[in-house]
Design a protein around this ligand. Sequence first.
Ligand code: PLP
Length: 453
Amino acid sequence: MHQNSDETRALREKIFEYVRTRMDYDPIPLDYPKSEQELFAAAGLTLSEDGMGGDKALRLFEEVLAPATISTDHPGFVSFIPNAPTEAASIFDLVVSASSIYGGSWLEGAGAIFAENQVLTWFASEVGLPKGSGGSFVQGGTIGNLSALVTARQSHREKLKASGAQLQGRLSFLASKEAHSSLKAAAKVMDVEIVLAEPSADGRLSAQAVSEALASQPANSVFAIVATGGTTNFGIIDDLRGIGEVAQRNGLWFHIDGAYGLAGVLSPKYKHLFDGSELADSFIVDPHKWLFAPYDACALVYRNPEIARATHTQHGEYLETLTESGLWNPSDYSFGLTRRTRGLPLWFSLATHGVAKYRDAIEYNIDVAHEIADVIRSMEHVELVRDPRLSVVVFERKGWDLNQYKKWSDKLLKDEIGFVVPSSHKGKPNTRFAIVNPLTSVKLLTQILESMK
Ligand SMILES: *Cc1c(COP(=O)(O)O)cnc(C)c1O
């Protein structure tokens, strides 16, 4: 509904003004969540037949709702995986919104999809995939993993059919015990089994463990092997080369879940950690995690996109004009039809700043992780759980139980210093710094460590 009037223009300016204020915050307020009751007391019922008017709604957002919504780009937000978009990427998300782009089909979204595809092609070549690989941007790693695994299963079924081989038992895919929860979610949705192989003591999944787990499964039941390129908990990178070779020898699909960590491949200094990534049949990486793009975006790439197209294309009378066009339709490569061109903010920022800045920023995050690990080693009251690999640092406050972590964490948030929640490993509480924000400094993290004394 595009209508220009003095009233819509005035509101537009006010919204732009709010955006300018938000982008200019220095420091960014971390903010603090409120309960439903507290929010209702302050905001009341916000919807009515006649509306409250844009001015009032905007003020309500600015004064009541936004302060109760944590800013995940605050430099002290280091829990889960934070989000640290460049200003160019964030602002360009407004352009995507303002432009009413349908990103599902080339016919409708050609120009925008052209730009998104250049990002996918570029990243695929960094990972080592050949020309001709491609995919699409989907909303997150969960949907990306699911889409890749559904494609892998289809590929497996076709191979079985072609060879006349018999399947014994239920279909399954193989992953590490340290793999992300979204893989278990995918297995549930697909109604297949997930075989969890035991990682080595350092948390890394080895080729041998994969071979052994594979040998224990009924013939032809395993359709894919998933390796993680940077676990969310620890930043551990599985033996990609070894596992990829096992997959190849067994004619199995090799998927790399790189939602958080695969961005690390951009750093020349740490690229070797991803040796073997070029063997992947598919991979994912989330730009909203470590490629400095706003929520929400996952780049999903296949070595052979044709199999994905045959798997995911939706058919229907009103759609055939698109599916029969022979054009590149991003919706054909993942689960879902209507699609926001969520890769465009990343494209704009990459085109603006150049790839080298990304390499530097990622390398800097990893360097900060290694430096703060040294600080932890030098302190009496804290202890590393594991040496960091990428930009996640997991450590314990010696002698603390979960309650003490919780109390400390809540105070840290109330004081708007940081968002650092308790985590655990093998039943023991700990906490972690996930560093993907170039504004997250050793100094700030040291201050957070000091607050645990
Ligand atoms: C975050 C993450 C996912 C899930 O991605 P979403 O974008 O949150 O859906 C999957 N795998 C790994 C390794 C992750 O870190």
